[in-house]
Write a protein that binds this ligand. Structure first.
Ligand SMILES: *[C@@H]1O[C@H](CO)[C@@H](O)[C@H](O)[C@H]1NC(C)=O
Ligand SMILES: *[C@@H]1O[C@H](CO)[C@@H](O)[C@H](O)[C@H]1NC(C)=O
Length: 319
């Protein structure tokens, strides 16, 4: 399926509003309404323009650790921006919490796979992530590993989450500071039956160690399958299991508490080239695309469209 076959949802809008999430948090029954802030739009769209009354958590997308040391090296310009990001959002009324998201679709899987495979690598990554969170004033850390590719990755992901939880707990204990949040962006379904090796997420470790997960309920259909158009974030599909109702149901069936499931909504489109313009409904035959078929931020028309959507009263996400 989509994002798995096509990790190339490079930067772009894909991640922009990937998860405008909504659910009830376990601890205090406040709804979680998170949004990913794509750092590459900063020039058009400063953190101060985010309407914080619409959200509870803003994710800075993305930071990536060094691929050899698995530690974060933040350059001066970005460091200044990160401080600005967290302080601006914390000062807003209402205040929102800030997390930084690690990885993203453009980063792919290999770095995470290597990092998670070894205790000393995991430890370097975990400690560096906590250091970054504290240094720049974040309230938490989000793992966006797209995607663990086999059973070994899934087992190592469980170790990573176990050790991360212990580390944040210990850090809060010794410093007396509020516990950092730990979250992750995950595949739409708890097991990946559509492509690649059969593998299931470590549900027990996820339930125990993460505050919640941002389920990527999108990219069900797209230009990678040009045979027919499709609803890329279908809530329900009577003919297949490629839908949000199936996906969230699968997470519930493996035991992840409903209170920890945040449904991700995409605020971007997918495009096809129709075989016959007169036949244009969902499921209409399409032909191979000339381009990837995603409205991307690098594309000026799409960028303008997106800015209109976001800035316009239709969506009214930003002021
Ligand atoms: C910090 O944020 C303010 C308000 O959003 C902005 O005017 C300023 O240019 C920012 N500075 C940096 C270094 O990003
Ligand atoms: C959907 O998944 C269920 C098990 O979770 C399976 O029994 C069913 O056959 C699947 N349906 C389709 C159309 O693949």
């Amino acid at each position: 399926m989509a994002a798995i076959n096509h990790i190339l949802c490079t930067s772009a809008i894909f991640l922009i509003l990937t998860a405008f999430s909504h659910a009830m948090a376990s601890s205090n029954h406040q709804p979680i309404k998170g949004v990913y802030y794509p750092s590459w739009v900063a020039q058009d769209f400063s953190p101060s323009s985010i309407k914080t009354k619409l959200f509870t958590h803003i994710y800075y997308a993305f930071l990536t650790p060094n691929s050899v040391t698995f530690k974060f090296n933040i350059e001066q310009t970005e460091a200044l921006f990160l401080v600005n990001f967290t302080s601006t959002l914390h000062a807003k009324k209402p205040r929102v919490q800030t997390l930084f998201s690690v990885g993203g679709a453009a980063e792919g899987s290999a770095l995470f796979s290597r990092m998670a495979s070894d205790l000393s690598y995991r430890s370097a990554f975990i400690h560096s992530s906590i250091e970054v969170a504290r240094k720049f004033g974040f309230d938490g850390i989000d793992l966006d590993w797209e995607y663990p590719e086999d059973t070994t990755d899934m087992v190592n992901l469980a170790y990573l989450l176990d050790e991360w939880r212990v580390a944040v707990q210990k850090e809060a204990g010794t410093t007396g500071r509020p516990l950092l949040l730990l979250t992750a962006a995950v595949y739409y379904s708890s097991d990946t039956f559509l492509s690649g090796a059969q593998r299931a997420y470590p549900a027990a470790s996820i339930s125990k160690n993460l505050d919640w997960i941002n389920v990527m309920n999108y990219d069900y259909h797209g230009g990678w399958d040009p045979s027919a158009t499709g609803a890329h974030a279908a809530l329900f599909d009577p003919n297949s299991n490629i839908s949000t109702s199936y996906g969230l149901g699968s997470w519930i069936r493996v035991g992840v508490p409903r209170s920890k499931l945040i449904m991700g909504l995409p605020l971007y489109g997918r495009t096809w080239q129709l075989k016959d313009p007169r036949w244009h409904g969902v499921g209409a035959p399409a032909v191979d695309l000339r381009s990837y078929g995603l409205c991307e931020m690098e594309d000026h028309e799409c960028r303008a469209l997106w800015m209109m959507m976001v800035l316009d009263q239709t969506w009214n996400l930003c002021s």
